[in-house]
Each structure stands twice: as C-alpha cells, then as structure tokens.
Design a protein around this ligand. Structure first.
Ligand code: SF4
Length: 358
C-alpha cells in the first residue's frame, strides 16, 4: 500500500527513505518540495532523478484535499468545500467533507482551517456543532488546507499569511495531529509562518491548554469565552460544565506567555443573551491579572434562534472593556453571504453563485 507523505515531518520522511534504501538527505528535499514549494506530484520534483521519481510514484502518494466547490463572497473571501479521505477503506482515513476559508485583506491573507470534520463540543451558537463529530483530521489534512488555499490563490498572494485554526472542530481534542501540522506551518524550512501569525482557537479544553503550555514551538492561543458567568456559559457552551470559568481562567493565568504575547479572548455578542453593560463589567473582573485582548464578534444570523446585538450594545460593551484597560476590537466576520463566518461552517449550500470544480 503506498505511503501518504503529506503531513510527514523530516524525521518521518527520513524513515520512509531509509526503508526504500535511499539517502537521508532526500527527506529534507522532499519536505521542502511539499511544504515550501507546494508541489503535490512527484513528476514536478525535478531535483529528484527520474528513477527515484518513478519509485516514489509506486511506493508513496501525496493526496491534497480535493476542492469540491468554491463559494466566493462579495467581500473577496472564498469558502472552500473539500473532500478528504479514501473510500478504499482499510487503514486510510475515512471519506469526509470539510471547509476552509481564504480571506484576503490589507496586505495579507488569513486562512481559516478545520481540525476535525464536524465537532463534538456542541456550542449552542455554532452551526458546525449540528454536524456532530465525524472524525479527526490527520496532520496532512490540516496542513494541506493551507497549502491548497495558497496554491488556489497564488496569483494574488500578499506577502503575509495568517492561519487560524478556527474552522470545523476543536483543535485541542485532536491535539497530536493539530500540533504536528502547526510544527510544519511554523518551521522556517516548511511553510515558514511566524508563530504570532498562527492562532489556535479553543472552546476551553483545559488539559489541552496545559499541554500546549509545555510546548517549545506553539501557536498563539485564542479562547472562545462568550459569556460573563458560569450560568450563562453553561447554557451556551456545555463544555463549561466540565471546565468552568474559574478552572479555565486559572489555566490561562498559569500559561507561560512570551514577552509581548497576549491571550486573545473571543466573545460572540448575542443580542439579549450576553451583551449587556453588566456582562461587560463581569468580563473585566474575570480577566483580572490575565494579559488579554478581546475580540467582540457580533452574532452572525444563521439557522439558530438568536439575534444580532444592536450597534449601541456593541459600542457600549467595547467602551467598558477599553475603559478598564482591556484592548478590545470588534470583528465583523467575513464571508457572511456564503456561510463562511465564525460559527457558520456546517457544509451549507448557499444561493450565492459558486464555482463547481467537478
Ligand atoms: S464553536 Fe468550535 S468548539 Fe464550539 S461547536 Fe463550533 S466548532 Fe466546535
């Protein structure tokens, strides 16, 4: 059975070449071709002799996710619907569909990628939750979403790429594959992104946060807060019953932030649910002694029984946090017309025009 190479590290590739009886330096060459040059076929790897390319074609494979559809938004974002996995069964990852979003803006592109197909966490404001967990993604499937989005848009790439692990899934519940992908993304010999440009967003899986704290190479961390009390958070995010606010925020206080590094807290503002001035004041108290920035994300209309906050409540909430020294930004999600926005990745078909590639 051919070996899948996408997602492999240099030591893993070295092992693969050793098993073929090839020299170890081939591993670094292939790693560079895959992740720095984004070459997905052996025939495109012209620095390998023809005989080796032929051998690789027999013994290995490179399987990037297949673009099923593109949903371009009027704001320039593109939501991708990918097909992954292998219907052949056996040890191969099972077939699934996942989504990523490419968002070009202000001299950079931000790519939002999935770490699981579906999600088991069941945040009540999130459309992805309605899918349930289908399966974990492999490291290759995670990193390849970035590579394919970059290749798809290669003519219009800005110098800076940001990656946010905020698509379908809870990254810290697929820890090993997510971190293997992150290491490739942050490796100067791999995709070569800066650690401050790669952000992992979690619903608050405390053991995962504690594990991440031990890593030498790690992304920036964002915590999806969304509530100002346990009662409120229990109702919106049942995971809070397992890891309540006091436990979650204690893990944040113990986290070894680097100089000038901040936690990003995300707060989806839902009209009439968590958007009052009293909520804002409680959030300020919760974040005491944590080096935190806050992103306020006004609720995106979806097939859920919530309403968007008013412009006045957004402004007042921000004013209270900023007044108490918490840098606070209002982030209007992009791609709303194609269901690409935060909490909207649920394999939705849209009435918007899309480009079908098959
Ligand atoms: S918000 Fe994130 S963690 Fe919560 S259900 Fe949606 S995908 Fe899962």
């Amino acid at each position: 059975m051919p070996v899948e190479l996408l997602g492999k590290s240099v030591p893993e590739l070295r092992e693969f070449f050793a098993a073929l009886g090839e020299r170890p330096y081939r591993a670094a060459q292939l790693y560079h071709a895959l992740y720095a040059e984004r070459r997905f076929t052996f025939s495109a790897m012209s620095n390998f002799p023809a005989a080796l390319r032929g051998r690789l074609a027999e013994e290995a494979r490179i399987t990037p996710p297949r673009v099923l559809r593109r949903f371009p938004s009027v704001d320039g974002s593109i939501r991708y619907l990918f097909s992954i996995g292998d219907a052949a069964g056996g040890d191969r990852p099972k077939p699934a569909q996942i989504e990523s979003v490419f968002m070009p803006r202000d001299g950079r592109q931000t790519i939002c990628v999935s770490t699981q197909a579906g999600c088991a966490v069941d945040c009540h404001f999130c459309l992805t939750a309605q899918l349930g967990l289908i399966r974990n993604l492999t490291a290759g499937e995670i990193v390849a979403q970035v590579l394919v989005a970059l290749e798809e848009n290669r003519e219009q790439l800005a110098p800076q790429t940001n990656v946010v692990l905020m698509g379908q899934g809870e990254p810290l519940l697929n820890y090993d594959a997510t971190m293997a992908a992150v290491r490739i993304l942050l490796d100067p010999k791999g995709v070569a992104l800066a650690p401050r440009h790669v952000t992992l967003s979690t619903s608050g899986i405390v053991p995962g946060i504690e594990r991440l704290a031990q890593e030498k190479i790690r992304p920036s961390l964002a915590i999806s807060l969304n509530a100002s009390s346990d009662e409120q958070r229990d109702a919106l995010m049942p995971i809070n019953r397992k890891y309540p606010l006091a436990v979650l925020l204690e893990a944040c206080r113990n986290y070894p932030l680097r100089p000038r590094e901040y936690f990003t807290f995300e707060y989806v503002l839902i009209g009439g649910v968590n958007d009052t001035p009293e909520d804002a004041r409680r959030v300020v108290r919760l974040l005491a002694n944590i080096r935190a920035k806050m992103n306020l994300i006004p609720w995106n209309p979806g097939n859920l029984p919530y309403r968007a906050p008013t412009a006045e409540s957004i402004e007042e909430f921000q004013r209270i946090l900023v007044g108490k020294g918490v840098p606070t930004f209002v982030r209007y999600s992009r791609g709303q017309d194609v269901f690409a926005a935060c909490g909207q990745l649920a394999l939705m078909e849209t009435p918007s025009p899309f480009v079908a590639l098959q």
